[in-house]
Design a protein around this ligand. Structure first.
Ligand code: BGC
Length: 394
């Protein structure tokens, strides 16, 4: 009980979260009673500011905890839906060049799909996004064994990562954004990780058609951390992503072995099929890359300041997305493992390359690669990561 109170106070103090009591997932009174409407917010819990609204409706229950669906809308009509189960972005609707709104992410229409089978659609993955070889690492002289869930390796936080838990949620607003702050307390020993980690991810939508994700975390024991967002994008809203044009602000990438663990080498992309330093269609040289793109790119900017990392463009819809991040790397995954076995939103069958992920991150297997930027978080330190998605048409 004391520990619970301590964690709550820490969350409230450090992350300025005011919902510890009010919005505990166990608290049934936190469940919205009526379906929210997307017109200006009037219902308790709904917020409106400068043409920006956030509304809330029930989405189901997990582990006997209520799960909600939050809709963030800006003055241009751009709409983002997020659930506090897995911190999942279930849809992002943006206008195409003719002003027609369309959903540009993969996922499910209802919670059941996410509970049954998901390749991390839209979720926040952690404690360690991406792979750790054999699920093992040594920290301060002690070896840790994590859950292995990708052959012999650890992937995206293990068997029950942050994509499969119910987060605490609080609606937020600033002068120019509305948002949703999500908090999860990850226990010492969970999936094999040392230390109780208090994690916060705040999504916010602005009137400039930006979706921002601000992550922070602190721990009571030294641990490793690598949080990222796992949305699958398809700017056309249909078909495959092979015609999308991509550029990455990265002269280098980290080559991998056959189990997708980095070899430790940092290799130049220049002139190869891995080269996205100038925009090119994803499909133009994908045939030269065994299995398709599933690689960490080393961003040219590595000083922790917010910098442009990626630009994606789809000609027919005219939709474009720029990604800015404070992280040193970005995983470009071309949806290679989508194999037609998932039927998602609106009955759409997700086949190979139906969507792509651009995951801002530290490099995979960093806990075992001393030359990669450190992913160690110690007590007294704060983990901070900001990623901004800017949507527009051209
Ligand atoms: C990884 C892929 C993995 C996928 C899971 C991506 O982040 O890079 O290798 O298969 O997540 O859906």
């Amino acid at each position: 009980m004391k520990t619970k109170m301590f964690i709550c106070l820490m969350i409230a103090a450090t992350l300025s979260f005011s919902g510890c009591k009010k919005q505990s997932p166990e608290d049934k009174s936190a469940e919205p009673k009526a379906k929210a409407v997307s017109s200006p917010a009037q219902k308790k819990g709904d917020i409106e500011t400068a043409g920006l609204t956030i509304t809330v409706e029930p989405f189901g229950r997990v582990d006997d905890k209520p799960v909600n669906l939050y809709t963030l809308t800006n003055k241009n009509g751009m709409r983002v839906k997020i659930t506090n189960y897995g911190a999942i972005v279930t849809s992002i609707e943006t206008a195409d060049k003719d002003g027609k709104l369309g959903d540009i992410t993969l996922g499910y229409d209802s919670l059941d799909g996410y509970l049954e089978k998901t390749p991390y659609f839209g979720a926040i993955v952690g404690r360690y996004g991406n792979r750790i070889a054999k699920g093992k690492f040594t920290l301060d002289g002690k070896e840790y064994q994590l859950a292995t869930n990708d052959g012999e390796n650890h992937l995206h936080g293990g068997v029950k990562g942050y994509d499969k838990v119910v987060w605490l949620a609080e609606e937020t607003k600033t002068e120019d954004s509305v948002g949703l702050k999500l908090i999860y307390v990850s226990k010492d020993g969970e999936e094999g990780y040392p230390g109780t980690l208090v994690v916060s991810a705040t999504y916010s939508l602005t009137n400039e058609d930006e979706l921002k994700i601000a992550y922070s975390a602190f721990t009571d024991k030294a641990t490793v951390i690598n949080l990222t967002g796992h949305s699958y994008f398809n700017l056309a809203g249909e078909g495959d992503i092979l015609g999308h044009e991509l550029s990455l602000v990265a002269d280098n990438y980290t080559p991998v072995d056959e189990t997708l663990i980095p070899t430790g080498e940092i290799k130049a992309v220049k002139g190869t099929a891995m080269d996205f330093t100038t925009a090119k269609a994803i499909g133009s040289r994908i045939g030269e890359v065994a299995g398709g793109y599933d690689h960490n790119y080393v961003l040219n900017s590595s000083d922790g300041k917010l910098a442009l990392a990626a630009q994606l463009y789809e000609l027919k819809s005219g939709r474009a997305m720029d990604i800015y991040t404070t992280e040193p790397g970005i995983q470009f995954y071309s949806g290679n493992f989508l194999d037609g076995s998932i039927t998602g939103k609106g009955g759409r069958v997700y086949k190979k390359h139906s969507g792509l992920c651009l995951e801002t991150q530290h490099f995979p297997d960093s806990p075992n690669k001393p030359k990669f930027p450190s992913v160690v978080l110690k007590p007294g330190q704060m983990y901070n990561h900001l990623t901004v998605h800017k949507f527009y048409t051209k």
